[in-house]
Design a protein around this ligand. Structure first.
Ligand code: C2E
Ligand code: MG
Ligand code: MG
Ligand code: MG
Length: 287
């Protein structure tokens, strides 16, 4: 009857809820272990300058290879770390590893994603500066990426932290610009060095004149404010060309390279340098 049916539905719901909670609990314990046992990893995605001749920066992207479940996306384990209060430890692990690895690529800026919780931590700036010192990395080699979700509250704390980082030479980038309720007043109030245009704008670019108009306008706005403009999610040569022609400074995306393990990045940089040198020779002989 209807009542039994109803009860059945509820108990089914309860079970799946409970399973969900158990899975989450298991996952968060596994993540805790991965952080404590150095079992996380970083993939580095190159960013080239607009002429594509030089790799000027790399973005550090957290990776977690679970022993049974395989690779888990940061889009799931970063929010899990946020929810369970592990994000500060995870973020510090990534920061330290990135600063350590950075010595392998002397002329490249390392861009590290930082969650709003980390950024708002009272010792955030000290932690950054101490880590740079510990790994003997010049502050100018580090860029911090935050998304606009950082602006939910504590504007004064954020502003103070940004200024202190800037004073020391650490760059701060606004990530995924345009993806949420981006307000232009953020750009006026907060002294970002770098503006990363959200991937959606790049992938929609081929769909017409409106998307292109928005892109060129964002680039001009960033330029007018003296910011470095980075485009991410570039997958085609057409996209790369359009963005370079529009004045975008740094290019990131599968078309240039997928995110790479540190040793693969070293090989990629060597290849890239060689190709650029050969290209120069070809250009010189043509002229
Ligand atoms: P994000 O910071 O916007 O990073 C860019 C994402 O786009 C990366 O996904 C990258 O692999 C992907 N991507 C790059 N080029 C292309 C392309 O040409 N096409 C497509 N379709 N995708 C491309 P990933 O590595 O899965 O990271 C997802 C998000 O997780 C990041 O977005 C970032 O918000 C977060 N995340 C990753 N690592 C960390 C970390 O160490 N700390 C924090 N707080 N967040 C992180
Ligand atoms: Mg990222
Ligand atoms: Mg990012
Ligand atoms: Mg992004």
């Amino acid at each position: 009857d209807a009542k039994a049916n109803g009860r059945g539905r509820w108990s089914f719901f309860d079970n799946s809820m409970q399973e969900h909670v158990q899975t989450k609990d298991k996952m968060s314990r596994a993540l805790r272990q991965a952080i404590d046992n150095d079992a996380l990893d970083i993939a580095y995605q190159p960013q080239c300058d607009s002429s594509a001749n030089q790799i000027v920066a790399v973005e550090a992207l957290a990776r977690w290879d679970h022993p049974e479940l395989g690779a888990i996306s940061p889009s799931s384990f970063i929010p899990l770390a946020e929810e369970t209060g592990m994000i500060n430890d995870l973020g510090l692990w990534i920061l330290r590893r990135a600063c350590r690895d950075a010595h392998q690529w002397p002329d490249v800026v390392i861009s590290v994603n930082v969650s709003p919780t980390q950024f708002k931590h009272p010792r955030f700036v000290e932690t950054i500066l101490e880590t740079l010192e510990e790994y003997n990395l010049p502050p100018s080699r580090l860029e911090i990426e935050v998304t606009e979700s950082v602006f939910a509250g504590q504007a004064q704390t954020i502003l103070t932290s940004m200024r202190r980082l800037k004073d020391r030479g650490v760059k701060v980038a606004l990530d995924d610009f345009g993806s949420g309720y981006s307000s232009l007043s953020y750009l006026r109030t907060f002294p970002f060095d770098t503006l990363k245009i959200d991937r959606d704008f790049i992938s929609n670019m081929d769909q017409g004149i409106e998307a292109q108009a928005i892109l060129t306008t964002i680039i001009q706005l960033g330029q007018a404010l003296g910011m470095t403009i980075v485009a991410e999610g570039i997958e085609t040569s057409e996209q790369l060309k359009f963005l370079a022609d529009s004045g975008c400074h740094r290019m990131q995306g599968y078309y240039i390279s997928r995110p790479l393990p540190d040793n693969a990045l070293t090989a990629f940089l060597e290849d890239h340098e060689l190709n650029a040198a050969m290209q120069d020779t070809v250009n010189a002989s043509v002229q």
